[in-house]
Ligand binder design. Structure first.
Ligand code: AMP
Length: 423
């Protein structure tokens, strides 16, 4: 092995043409979210470590084991954001947004960082797109967001997705349910995986979504959170189901969804794929209600509902190949000699400014090789420029699919290419 540099494990380069597929997804998000009233927020990548300990929860896997935390030159403890809900909440408080408007809808996209075991669909730098809506307690907001997300994925052509919803209760409900879970699991403590033995003391809800197979049977028969909801949560959950029914979004109720992050209160949901495209990482999106986070971080009591989905996972589930998102090459200009290259560059410039995708052959290579390249790049039209064409100010515009040639005056190239693309 040479000592050539390599990227950090679990942190990947995104290259063309794959990036064109990402851009398509991002554009779809931007357009759809805008019509639901979401504005884009771009918080910093680095936050004070304490924000995540307080916002995400000390006993979560993310905070306990997965954060990239370091000391800067002023000896402050900083962390590369592992998620953005806490960062958005910090911004919401810091900019006194609650004083300015009763309802706020933000969306974001960007890289997150978690020191996890790298596998298909699980990376150490991964991208999330997320939405946060502040200021509304009513379940129609939960339904609106879930429906928006389902519409997004459907529009991206992602097949075989399921929305699964649950309600983890809040306050008293949680205390009661926690006690029921501990009572259920305690007699089995010795048979649980090491992590779950610890979770039984620190965060018993997490026992339900343990990834160790041996613990699944126990989880399946565990007390259901939906049976422990108080009136308020039960009414909210019924309201969510009714609102989803009214919009026409199919969903399943899944009492085992608890989500890995501590901040959820009430509704939680996931969008999962029923294919094995993502191997064991079948969750594309997770989210829910977190009505206490803003207050617990020192802000005004503000209800909130949000989600984040993994862009790598969504991209993998989009069946269309990346190449299909690359803008088609309208014209390839083959050239022979320096003077032709110069003219071709100037002609191409004008066409590109008119919005056409144009490629000029800047290298001194044979005509045959140039046409092979035009073919490979999928050029719809080609134009060959050499000494004779420069002298006459005329050239032949070739329609690659039809195999026809039309003489064109170089000064009228834009009009000829526009017409050629329509034929
Ligand atoms: P979370 O913030 O843990 O609720 O995750 C929300 C979504 O982000 C998941 O459903 C995944 O699609 C994605 N995600 C979380 N962790 C990773 C990771 N390590 N690599 C890739 N995607 C991830």
């Amino acid at each position: 092995m040479s000592d050539a540099p390599s990227s950090v494990r679990g942190m990947n380069d995104l290259l063309p043409p794959e990036s064109a597929k990402w851009q398509h997804l991002e554009a779809a998000c931007r357009a759809l979210f805008a019509s639901f009233g979401y504005g884009e927020i771009r918080p910093p990548v680095v936050e004070h470590t304490e924000l995540f300990a307080r916002g995400v929860g000390e006993a979560t896997d993310v905070v306990e084991k997965e954060m990239y935390t370091f000391r800067d030159r002023s000896d402050r403890s900083l962390t590369l954001r592992p998620e953005l809900t806490a960062g958005c909440a910090r911004a919401y408080i810091e900019h006194s947004i609650a004083m300015k408007e009763p309802v706020t809808r933000w969306w974001y996209q960007g890289p997150m960082f978690r020191y996890e075991n790298v596998q298909v669909g699980r990376y150490r730098q991964f991208w999330q797109v997320g939405c946060e809506a502040y200021g509304v307690t009513e379940p129609t907001m939960d339904a609106e967001q879930i429906a928006m997300l389902v519409a997004l994925f459907t529009g991206l052509g992602i097949p075989k997705l399921e929305a699964r919803i649950n309600n983890v209760g809040e306050g008293e409900d949680r205390v009661r349910y926690r006690a029921a879970l501990v009572a259920y699991y305690e007699p089995h403590r010795a048979t649980l995986c090491e992590d779950c033995q610890r979770r039984l003391d620190t965060n018993p809800l997490r026992l339900l979504d343990c990834k160790v197979r041996a613990d699944h049977a126990l989880a399946a028969a565990a007390p259901r959170v939906l049976d422990h909801l108080g009136d308020k949560a039960a009414v909210h959950f019924a309201g969510l189901c009714a609102a989803l029914d009214a919009i026409g979004v199919p969903y399943q109720i899944d009492p085992r969804i608890v989500r890995g992050l501590d901040y959820y209160t009430g509704t939680v949901f996931e969008i999962v794929t029923t294919t094995d495209e993502l191997k064991s990482q079948s969750t594309v999106c997770g989210g829910g209600r977190y009505d206490s986070m803003i207050a617990s971080l020192g802000g005004p009591a503000t209800p909130a509902f949000g989600f984040a989905f993994g862009v790598e996972r969504a991209i993998r589930l989009m069946p269309a190949p990346a190449e299909s998102f690359v803008p088609a090459l309208a014209l390839y200009i083959a050239t022979i000699g320096a003077a032709a290259r110069q003219r071709a560059t100037a002609l191409a410039h004008r066409l590109r400014l008119a919005g056409l995708v144009v490629e000029v052959e800047h290298r001194e290579v044979g005509m045959k090789a140039q046409f092979r390249r035009a073919d490979k790049l999928g050029a719809r039209l080609t134009l060959a420029l050499g000494e004779a064409e420069l002298a006459s100010n005329q050239a032949k515009l070739k329609h690659m699919a039809a195999r026809t040639e039309t003489p064109v005056a170089l000064d009228d190239l834009l009009a000829a290419v526009t017409a050629g693309l329509q034929s």
